[in-house]
Every structure is written in structure tokens, then in C-alpha cells.
Design a protein around this ligand. Structure first.
Ligand code: GDP
Length: 335
């Protein structure tokens, strides 16, 4: 059953009142690819953004199996007990295939999923990272306007999506395991450089000693990196998502970071440059989707793709012809 759309005012007032049903519908609206929905979504976002921005935004990454969902359940519940409201979102362009990582993991987030102070939303369906991360950013702002004052953004730690998440959060946590080599964990050096803290998870039972050792080794290795521009040296901590050990310390570290960055001005300047990057991303996203949805462009691509594939048509020349074609056609619309 297709529900009637709400008006901009109905979405906005519902979100601001913290109505979860309307929040979910507003996120579905921003995720829609229909032109008419996008216009409506823009209207909603315009009015909601002034009320957003007040949360602590935390990125959480790590390879599958490292314990992200279990960690989010444990860490998330601590945050709720500390009096905050928490939204959990995911950036995972591959989730179309797997059916949504967060929903699939809901059993590992049972308490959070049942708690009214928490809101869990799986990755939007989308084939491109640009599209998925654009929607996630808007979903984050809607959650903030709805009164969630901590936002987790989970990503599967293997590459591009970390960069997207780094660009929308205040603090970035990388979950790792003791014992497994970096290559084994699919962790690129670049990702380690991007993180504000490295967490050795599953530091429990027989794994405690190895985790402490890993903590020492990573701390030594991280000391070789220069301090970040904001003066912060990435920290290394251990945690157990099963026993809850280490969670309080991690939360204290993030609060101290926020305090620190608010006083040296980095918190706001970082968000300011994130907003500018967001604008550029959005421009790219709009141009690209308009271009590829254009029926004439679609037809031209369909009819010539084989020639490009076999090398009879130059990829560069054909690409330029398509873009020029598109620009001319758009220009004629205004005449
Ligand atoms: P994800 O793929 O990164 O989301 O990982 P999951 O949260 O699904 O966890 C993968 C497996 O590791 C599950 O069987 C968890 O029960 C287990 N696990 C997660 N965190 C811990 C931990 O801190 N200690 C132990 N011993 N097991 C854990």
C-alpha cells in the first residue's frame, strides 16, 4: 500500500517533535530517486537543518566479523544510560546484495532496537557510494533534528566508504583484532591514519593478553605518525563488546576529544569544511544523476557502448560528445 505523502510542514513538525514514524518516512523521502520526492525532500531539509548539528557524530568501521554490531549494542547502551539519545545509521553500498547489514544484525542489537531512546536505520539501497553517503548525511541531520544527540555511522571497513564517513563525522573509531595481521584484516594504512582512535575489540577471555600486547604495539606504531592538524594523537584502547570492558573509557575519551576540539576551534572549523565538501558532493551527485537519467543520453550510450568496448570509438571523445550534447540540451530548455 502506498501511503499518501505528507506536506513539507507535516514532515518538519513531525521530525522536530521526535515522531519516529514521521522521521522514518522523512528518511525514506530523502532516499527516494523520484524528482518530485527530491524537491519535497529539499524543502524538508531546508527547514530542518537549522535544528540539526547538535549531536556528537561518531564513525565506526572495521572488517566484517571484528564485532561492530556487538560493539554498537554494548557501547550504544552505555550511551543511553548516560542520558543521551542515539541514532545508528550505516553507509554500505553493498548492502543491496546482502539485504542491509544493520537489519541483518538486528539480533546483535536487540536491546538497542527495542529501546525508545535509540533509533536504528539500515543503509539506503543504492548502487553508488556517492548516492548512499549523500542520503546517510541527510538521514543524520534528520535524526539530529528529531533530538538524537549521538549519531553512530557504521561502515564496512574496506575502503572508499571510510573516506565518505570521515567526511561526515566528528570522531572516527577503527575496530581491530589482536593477532591478525593488518593485511589479514584488510586494513589499509590510510584508514589507520584517518582514525581518531583504534580499538582492539574482543579483549576478553584468552584474548586479553594478546590484546594488551597489540595495544602496546599499535600505540608505538601510531607515535611514529605526526600529530593531526588539530593536535590530537590517535589513541589505542581495548574493548570487549561482550563483557562491556573498555566502553566507559572509550566514551570518556570521545567526550574529552569534543571538549578539546570545541575549545581550540577545530570542532566547528571541521564541520564548516565538511559542509563545503558536502555541497561539492551534492553538485556532483545531482549532475551525475541528471545526466544518466536523461533519455537521449541513455539511448546514445546504449547504441555506442559496444563500439567503446571494442575500441572502435574513443572513450574520451565519446565522453566529451555526450557531455556537450547534454549541456546543449539543458541550455535549450531555458530558451
Ligand atoms: P561485525 O561483522 O563487525 O558487525 O561483527 P559482529 O558484531 O557480527 O560480531 C562477529 C562475531 O564476533 C559474533 O559472533 C560476536 O558474538 C563476536 N564478538 C563481537 N564482539 C566480541 C567481543 O568483544 N568478544 C568476543 N569474545 N566476541 C565478540
Amino acid at each position: 500500500m502506498k501511503r499518501n505523502r505528507l506536506s513539507v510542514d507535516q514532515y518538519v513538525s513531525g521530525v522536530l517533535e521526535g515522531d519516529r514514524m514521521i522521521l522514518s518516512r522523512a528518511i525514506t523521502l530523502v532516499e527516494s530517486r523520484l524528482d518530485s520526492d527530491q524537491l519535497l525532500a529539499e524543502g524538508v531539509m531546508e527547514q530542518v537543518i537549522p535544528y540539526a548539528g547538535k549531536s556528537i557524530r561518531i564513525g565506526i568501521t572495521g572488517v566484517p566479523g571484528v564485532g561492530k554490531s556487538t560493539f554498537i549494542e554494548s557501547f550504544g547502551n552505555l550511551i543511553l544510560e548516560s542520558g543521551y539519545r542515539l541514532a545508528v545509521l550505516a553507509v554500505d553500498p553493498s548492502s543491496q546484495k546482502t539485504g542491509g547489514s544493520i537489519l541483518g544484525d538486528k539480533t546483535r542489537m536487540e536491546k538497542l532496537a527495542a529501546d525508545k531512546r535509540a533509533y536504528i536505520r539500515p543503509s539506503p539501497a543504492g548502487s553508488t557510494l556517492g548516492g548512499v553517503s549523500a542520503k546517510t548525511r541527510e538521514a543524520m541531520l534528520l535524526c539530529e533534528a528529531a533530538g538524537f544527540d549521538v549519531v553512530f555511522i557504521e561502515t564496512v571497513g574496506v575502503g572508499q566508504s571510510e573516506i565518505a564517513v570521515r567526511g561526515m563525522v566528528d570522531f572516527f573509531l577503527l575496530l581491530m583484532l589482536a593477532g591478525a595481521g593488518d593485511e589479514l584484516q584488510g586494513i589499509k594504512k590510510g584508514i589507520i591514519e584517518m582514525c581518531d582512535a583504534l580499538i582492539i575489540n574482543k579483549a576478553d577471555g584468552e584474548n586479553i593478553e594478546a590484546s594488551k600486547r597489540a595495544k602496546r604495539e599499535y600505540s608505538n606504531a601510531l607515535h611514529l605518525f605526526p600529530a593531526k592538524e588539530n593536535g590530537w594523537y590517535p589513541k589505542v584502547k581495548t574493548s570487549s563488546a561482550i563483557t562491556g570492558d573498555g566502553m566507559t573509557e572509550i566514551w570518556q575519551m570521545i567526550l574529552a576529544y569534543k571538549e578539546n576540539m570545541l575549545s581550540n576551534g577545530f570542532f566547528e572549523s571541521n564541520r564548516a569544511s565538511q559542509r563545503v565538501n558536502w555541497m561539492h558532493e551534492h553538485i556532483r551527485y545531482l549532475l551525475e544523476s541528471k545526466f544518466y537519467q536523461d533519455p537521449i543520453i541513455k539511448e546514445l550510450i546504449n547504441s555506442s557502448i559496444e563500439n567503446v568496448r571494442v575500441g572502435n570509438t574513443s572513450a574520451i571523445a565519446f565522453g566529451r560528445t555526450l557531455v556537450e550534447n547534454f549541456i546543449q540540451k539543458e541550455g535549450r530548455k531555458d530558451e
